[in-house]
Design a protein around this ligand. Structure first.
Ligand code: GLA
Length: 726
């Protein structure tokens, strides 16, 4: 069992691989003791040192005299003496905001229960995970919290979530509910997060923890480009290969809050959960509310190991379905090839080229439906545009199928254009507040997926396109954030539930569609990486990483994304040069080297490629067909940081250490610069490796200690090496 309870000292010990997470129960409070390197089973209660630091913080009556503000709490609720950021805040029927949660009971179960209505990690056999459920209760209101701790012993990850139950007679309002909250007994840490924007996602920010709050307060109705739903605390000295790293990620696609606070007694608290200000929920008598899952990972071995654990968990126990474990099909996407200007004849020309070159899928992006020749109309009208496809989509899908290429299409189901038949029929189906203007983003509004009839409409209209099986892939987009948040279907005292209800609706719609169309590969997108989160990965194993397809920019975006997310989840395409977003002119091999790290494809018109590039496409596709399995499932190592250095380098090593694929890109030439060499990680030291393109032979220890020579001249030059054991 990965979980032990020792009654003598009322201690809970959770062992995840080489780490332990420990807390005790005293006077009904769960006191956090330890999260770090694995400890043998023993009484750790000495770790709790009540220091009696009052400093104006009151001592709680009838509870052994704790000064709650001074003790490490496992799930702090607002209203008594803990004045730090609470995990739970409830407004009671009498208007008070006190919730005095005390231990009631606990149970340890094998396996992992599903969280109703929400995406979550799962098990394939009960042996993979043990679950501890601790029930806390406020006797005055009857509010009960079940704290779930799911321990993936082998994978080295613990996940947490809370189920809040109202056993009282009166309704209460949940004002805040964090999915995880962890107290640290000192503040000698850095905090790490992602920040960014559209086309510049997931830069890494690392800053020393400071007194007060470091808060990511994302209330955009999407996990967003601006931050990503995770937060990391680490030693000041932690690097790729050493140091303590503690991370929390939320498996959710909507607004969230992540917070790291350093408090008056130099202790720290880290939390993640639904957004604290946007969210509210009226919990009626007898009802239960489930907070999304938080994925927690701790390692003493630096960021490389941290990423590896999360990658493995997300790739194998968050992603699902037919495409989880298979090399993903190589696709050509029409967006940067033609934008909105296409018809079936143009697509046939591109499709014929796709077939000649060896593509497995061709994707028709935005513009195939309604009367959509630009982005100002038709979202919601998911019917084929007969002007572009007089004989329907079949003409192109049959054309492609005869040539061995599958057809994919783009949808943006959660949106509605004011200029659409759907809006004319149902102007109240969008998120809006009566009597106020409806702000448009990209000329569109957002559908209220909290309403069952909206989800049913979407299911039916998407099914009408997918039902006959000719569509093999769907790109599911979401191109604006939420404003004027309100639902015509909810009473005034439930308006704060609107956003979360939209996500519950989205998740149930996706559950239906992905179950009913198991052969379709779904790819998530939100103006690129505006919803790159574990919640979406539950339904769609890959995400269009960024609308910025420039290889040099992608180095930074992919580097930041790799901190938490597996390479198989990152769609990466070779696009035209000069690049459409940045106008960078980049050699073909560099665009290829960068795109070959993820789920691979092209984002250009193959009929317009220069001959010398087009002649290389088939070899490139074959390379991915041969090594895609290693690239998607192998262990990824970040070797050079393009945010700080004048180059980027990485490698992916197969689990048997027989194959290593390494990439290097020179992003800035320094005159008389270094004799650049790149040392690899994760190889077999004594084994010999032959490099595929040069035939040079190295030992694993040479490659790991000295490395291979990298180019030092010519900006944007790159090198792709494939080392295979001989
Ligand atoms: C978003 C996506 C793009 C493309 C366009 C189409 O911006 O991220 O890849 O699909 O929409 O409108």
């Amino acid at each position: 069992m990965a979980i032990t309870y020792t009654p003598e000292c009322r201690q809970f010990k959770l062992d995840a691989k080489d780490t332990s997470y420990i807390f005790i129960e005293r006077d009904g409070f769960l006191l956090h003791l330890y999260w770090g390197a694995k400890l043998s089973d023993c009484d750790c209660s000495y770790m709790f040192r009540e220091q009696g630091r009052a400093a104006f913080s009151p001592r709680m009556e009838n509870c052994g005299g704790f000064i709650l503000d001074d003790v490490p709490l496992e799930y702090p609720a607002w209203g008594r003496g803990d004045m730090r950021s609470p995990a739970l805040e409830v407004i009671n029927a009498d208007g008070s905001d006190i919730c005095d949660l005390r231990y009631k009971c606990h149970k340890i179960i094998k396996g992992k229960p599903r969280i109703p209505g929400l995406p979550s990690t799962y098990v394939e056999s009960d042996d993979e995970c043990d679950t501890l459920v601790v029930t806390l209760r406020d006797d005055v209101t009857g509010v009960e919290a079940d704290l779930y701790y799911c321990v993936y012993g082998e994978l080295g990850v613990i996940t947490r979530y809370t189920a809040l139950r109202n056993t009282g007679k009166e309704s209460v309002n949940i004002a805040k509910i964090a999915s995880a909250s962890v107290d640290f007994d000192n503040i000698r840490y850095d905090v790490i997060s992602n920040f960014g924007t559209h086309c510049r996602e997931r830069n890494i920010e690392r800053t020393p923890l400071h007194h007060g709050d470091y808060v990511m307060d994302v209330r955009r109705g999407a996990s967003s480009h601006v931050h990503n739903p995770f937060i990391i605390l680490c030693d000041h000295t932690a690097d790729e290969t050493s140091g303590n790293v503690y991370g929390m990620m939320l498996a959710y696609s909507g607004s969230f809050t992540a917070r790291a606070s350093a408090n008056q007694f130099d202790t720290a608290r880290v939390q993640i959960g639904l957004n604290e200000r946007e969210f509210g929920w009226k919990l009626g008598s007898g009802e239960t509310f489930y907070a999304p899952e938080a994925i927690m990972c701790c390692t003493t071995k630096g960021f490389d190991e941290f990423s590896y654990r999360l990658h493995t968990l997300l790739r194998t126990r968050m992603c699902r379905g037919k495409y989880r474990d298979v090399r993903r099909p190589v696709l050509l996407n029409s967006w940067e090839a033609c934008y909105f200007s296409f018809d079936v004849e143009r697509l046939k020309k591109i499709g014929a080229a796709c077939a000649d070159l060896g593509f497995e899928l061709m994707v028709i992006d935005d513009g195939w439906f309604g009367k959509r020749d630009t982005d100002n109309c038709s979202l919601g009208d998911w019917v084929v545009d007969k002007k572009k496809f007089p004989n329907g989509l079949h003409e192109i899908s049959d054309f492609l199928a005869e040539r061995g290429v599958g057809l994919g299409i783009w949808f943006e189901p959660e949106m509605i254009s004011p200029d659409s038949d759907l809006y004319r029929a149902h102007p109240d189906w969008c998120i809006h507040i009566d009597g106020r203007p409806r702000s448009e983003g990209r000329n569109q509004l957002i559908l209220d997926l909290g309403r069952q009839e909206v989800c049913d409409y979407l299911y039916d209209s998407i099914s009408a396109i997918l039902r006959d099986g000719s569509i093999k892939y769907v790109k599911w987009d979401f191109n604006r954030n939420m404003t004027e948040v309100g639902s015509a279907a909810l009473p005034a005292d439930r308006q704060k539930e609107t956003t979360h209800r939209c996500y519950l609706g989205l998740y149930s719609l996706l559950e239906r569609l992905t179950n009913d169309y198991k052969d379709v590969l779904f790819e998530s997108c939100s103006g690129g990486g505006g919803r790159f989160d574990a919640g979406m990965l539950y339904y769609m194993p890959q995400v269009w990483t960024s609308d910025n397809s420039d290889a040099i920019e992608r180095l930074r975006i992919q580097y930041g994304t790799s901190l938490c997310y597996p390479m198989s989840a990152m769609s990466a395409h070779v696009s035209a040069s000069p690049n459409h977003q940045t106008a960078h002119v980049t050699p073909y091999e560099t665009r290829l080297t960068v795109a070959l790290t993820g789920s691979f494809g092209f984002e250009l018109d193959p009929t317009e490629m220069p001959d010398d590039e087009r002649n290389r496409v088939t070899d490139s596709i074959n390379l991915f067909k041969e090594y895609g399995d290693v690239l998607q499932k192998g262990r990824y190592h970040r070797l050079r940081n393009p945010h700080d250095e004048t180059c980027a380098a990485w490698c992916t090593v197969s689990h048997d250490k027989k194959v290593c694929i390494a990439g290097y890109v020179l992003t800035h030439v320094r005159m008389y610069g270094n004799n650049e060499r790149v040392a690899l990680r994760g190889l077999e030291p004594k084994a010999k490796y032959k490099e595929k393109f040069t035939g040079a032979v190295y030992t694993g220890e040479q490659l790991m200690n000295f490395g291979f020579h990298a180019p030092t001249t010519l900006e944007y030059r790159s090198i792709l090496c494939i080392f295979e054991q001989i």
